[in-house]
Structures are given as C-alpha cells and as structure tokens.
Ligand binder design. Structure first.
Ligand SMILES: Cc1ncc(COP(=O)(O)O)c(C=O)c1O
Length: 464
C-alpha cells in the first residue's frame, strides 16, 4: 500500500518540517478529514529519519489541533465522523446518535479550537499585548483594535470606518446595547413578523413593545411599515437584510432604499443585523451605507470564527457614539481586552480566511444536499446560509412533527420562538444545517425528517 509522503522544507528541525507539512496537507485537503497518517515506522523509513522524530512531529501536529491519536489505532486527521471532539456547541446535552439542528451554529471543525490555541499562544508571548490586556481600556476599544477589526470587516466586503466602530461582547450584546441606549421602557420598535428570538427577548427585557411587520420572500413589507409609521412611527426598526432568521428571506434592493427613505422621513433608527454571515457576492447593499446617519450595524465573530469568543462589533453613526459608549461603560466598562487581543490576532492570520472559505463551501454543500433531499417540500435557504426554512405540507402540525422527530433522534425548531407580538405561528420548521456534526449526520437527519413527513398525519379526531 502506498503511503502519504510529505515534501519537507529543507531548513529547521526535521520534526517541525514534518508537522508543518501535515498542517499544510490538511489545509489543502490533500489529507482528508478522518484519514489516517502513515504508520510511524513506515514514514520514518521513507523520509530517512528516526521513529522518534516522527513521534515528535505527530505530537506537534496533534498539539496544534490538526490530528488526533487513537490508542492502538494510529493518528487521524481531525474532522472525521468519529472525531472525539464534541460538536461545537449545544444548549442541551446531545445524546449519542441525536442530530440537533435546533441551534444556528457554524459547522463544527477542529480548526476553530486549533486557531484559537495558536492565537492565545502567540499573544501569551507578547509583552506589549499582555501589558495592554491587564489595563482598563477605553469603552469603545483601543484604536489599534478597532482598526484591525475594521480592516478585517473590509476584507469580508463590509467596509467600515474604524472610528465608527464599537467593540461588543457579540451580536446579542450589540442588539441589547442599542435598545438600552436608544429607547426607554414603553417604546415601540418594529421587526419582521418572524425574526431572531434574541431581538424579541432583548425587547421584552427592556420593556419595549416589538411590533410585527409582515414579510415575504423579498423581506419586510415596506408598505406595511409605511402604514405603521403613518399611525405612529416606531423608534427603531430591526432588520436582517441578507437573510431573515428563520425564513432566509433577503430584503430586496428596492425595499432597502424604501426603508432608508422611511427612516429619514419618520426619524427612526435602523438596527441592521449582519451576524448571520453570507459571502460578499450573495449580499445586497448594507443599510449602514444607504442610511449611514440612521443605521447601527451589528456584526459578530460568532458565525465566522466561533460563538464562544463573545466578540462583536457595532457600527454606530457619528452622532450616537457618545451615547452608545456611555451605555457600554455603564454595563461592563469595556469588553475583556484579552479576548479582543486574541480575536485581532486570529483575524489577522491566515487561519481566519482558511476557516471561512472551508465553512462557506461546507454550508454550500449542506444547502445543496438539503435542497436536493427536501426538494418536493419547497424549502427556502440562502445558497451559503446556515439555516433552512421548511413550510410544512397541509395537515402536518409543527408541534407533532417535532415530537415525532425528537423520538427519532432529530431536533428542529418550530416557528413559535420567532413570532413577534402575538402573531400566530405558521406551520413550519427551521433546520440549522451548520449544527450537524458532519454532512453524513445531516443526511441521516434529513432521511428521518422525510420518513416522518411521508407518514400519514395522525387523525385530528381525538376529542369530542
Ligand atoms: C440574527 C442573529 N443575530 C444575532 C445573533 C447573536 O450573535 P452572537 O452570538 O454574536 O451574540 C444570532 C445568533 O444566532 C443571530 O442569528
């Protein structure tokens, strides 16, 4: 049997050259996730080095997070089906065999942990960084960090001036901060009738009334919003223009322009949420560019790097800088500078780009798979989005479907948590395609979903 033989750099210690070659081969997919590295003795013979050198190289590659050793079995590239790394995150413990598609997570990959490890290792050796990290910092973040984060956003196709940027503890914090700073209890805000539950929850906590605006495949119905404004304009309108969570609807360009115009005319703020990342080519014109004096833009590292980092960005109009800064100071003085340092290091490295391009491709594959399998049921989801929305066939109730699926080891979410105000929930479910541990796990879950959908619905004739 032929084995993988790396081409080694000529300089530096041999073990290091081998571990670097492993890292490069994993990143270029020359070594596929789950594949086995050559037995140590065979590789030692092929490269003309000692077995000890190979052992050390494999240990180094494992320390960096590219591979993992299984006692008595060999060393494997991370990301395989039976990788012992737990799925990235789950709010409930995930039992064996259960595919939990209820949380909107980026697809799990050991690179995330490995990249964080590299960023932490690098900053822990940097005295300047450490000195900065133990000091109180300005509430909006130090200028160097804001510049680095603005440059990163620019590379993602979201150019923002660094001086308009405030560093937050994630997208949810940006939303809550905006509501706290710009509204008072009893205020009215408007949002898509189905929207991100974190907005609904933040509004409730702040005793703000969220008013539902109908939406269709082109996003929020601007004429319905205009009618609402004619009665009494809301103080703020929350939108997710690139992809509504949960339906995936994208706000059309014409509606974006109309929203900007309504915001000017009725003097409401726009809170634009771009946390659910999509590649540049799939996005429209951001509202923070169409209505820069009226729009706050919430962005986060959560769906691009990792949710646990809790670092985000809020882009704030000039006139609101002081107000938002004061609100952040009142909450927590500042975002923990050490995490900001780690994120700034990470986004400046090749790790960030590599991870995102893998993730974009992976989500594209998962969307294709789900659209192909569920084609008969007319699902909707953006080509590289994390979520898929599935209106249920006539007669199928979401609550019953969810219960049947749970018994078969698949977790989805109904429309209920996304409903603004007391709007009735449509009979539909959201599948978070990114949350599956692997494409195979996703395919299994889709199979079980189709089996359940294909069963005749239970008779509703249960009571007199
Ligand atoms: C639309 C939207 N906004 C905000 C968030 C929260 O982001 P973060 O984890 O950075 O707080 C999420 C998380 O799923 C989301 O889907």
């Amino acid at each position: 049997m032929t084995i993988w033989i790396p081409r080694l750099a000529e300089t530096g210690p041999r073990y290091r050259a081998i571990s670097d070659a492993i890292a490069a081969a994993v990143q270029s997919a020359e070594l596929a996730p789950g594949s086995r590295l050559p037995p140590q003795r065979r590789l030692a013979d092929a490269l003309g080095v000692t077995v000890g050198t190979i052992t050390r190289a494999y240990a180094e590659a494992e320390r960096q997070g590219w591979v993992h050793a299984r006692v008595g079995s060999g060393t494997y590239v991370r990301g395989g089906d039976d990788d012992p790394v737990a799925p990235f995150l789950a709010s409930r413990p995930v039992e064996d065999g259960v595919v939990d598609l209820s949380l909107s997570l980026p697809p799990p990959h050991p690179w995330r942990a490995a990249a964080l490890g590299r960023a932490l290792a690098a900053i822990s050796q940097d005295e300047g960084v450490l000195r900065r990290a133990v000091e109180y910092q300005p509430e909006r973040g130090v200028p160097a960090h804001r510049e680095q984060l603005a440059a990163w956003m620019g590379r993602l196709g979201l150019p923002v001036p660094p001086e308009r940027l405030l560093i937050t503890q994630g997208g949810q914090h940006g939303i809550d901060l905006t509501l706290r700073a710009l509204t008072r209890p009893g205020a009215r805000i408007a949002a898509d009738a189905l929207t991100y539950p974190g907005l609904i929850s933040a509004a409730r906590q702040a005793h703000i009334k969220a008013l539902p605006v109908p939406l269709d495949a082109a996003g929020m119905d601007m004429e319905a919003l205009a009618r609402l404004c004619a009665q009494q304009p809301p103080q703020l309108v929350y939108v997710t223009p690139e992809q509504n969570n949960p339906t995936g609807a994208m706000l059309s360009e014409a509606r974006r322009e109309r929203l900007a115009e309504l915001a000017e005319r009725h003097e409401f703020w726009i809170l634009e949420d771009g946390v659910q990342y999509l590649p540049d080519a799939e996005r429209g014109t951001p509202l923070y560019r169409l209505a820069p004096q009226r729009t706050l833009f919430a962005f986060s590292t959560a769906k691009v790097l990792a949710g646990g980092l809790r670092i985000g960005v809020l882009v704030v109009p000039e006139a609101l800088q002081e107000r938002l800064g004061a609100a952040l100071r009142a909450q927590s003085w500042m975002v923990p500078p050490l995490m900001v340092e780690a994120v700034c290091h990470w986004v400046a490295s090749e790790d960030a780009e590599r991870l995102l391009s893998w993730q974009t491709q992976e989500l594209g594959e998962r969307q294709r798979l789900a659209h192909e399998r569920l084609g008969n049921y007319a699902p909707s989801g953006r080509p590289h989005g994390s979520n898929l929305w599935l209106p249920l066939p006539e007669g199928v109730r979401a609550a019953e479907l969810l219960a049947s699926l749970e018994a078969r080891g698949v977790r989805l979410t109904s429309a209920e948590p996304f409903c603004v105000g007391s709007e009735p929930a449509p009979q539909a479910v959201r599948l978070c395609l990114g949350a599956a541990a692997s494409r195979e796990a996703l395919a299994r879950a889709l199979e079980r979903l189709i089996e359940t959908l294909d069963e005749p619905p239970p008779s509703p004739w249960r009571t007199l």
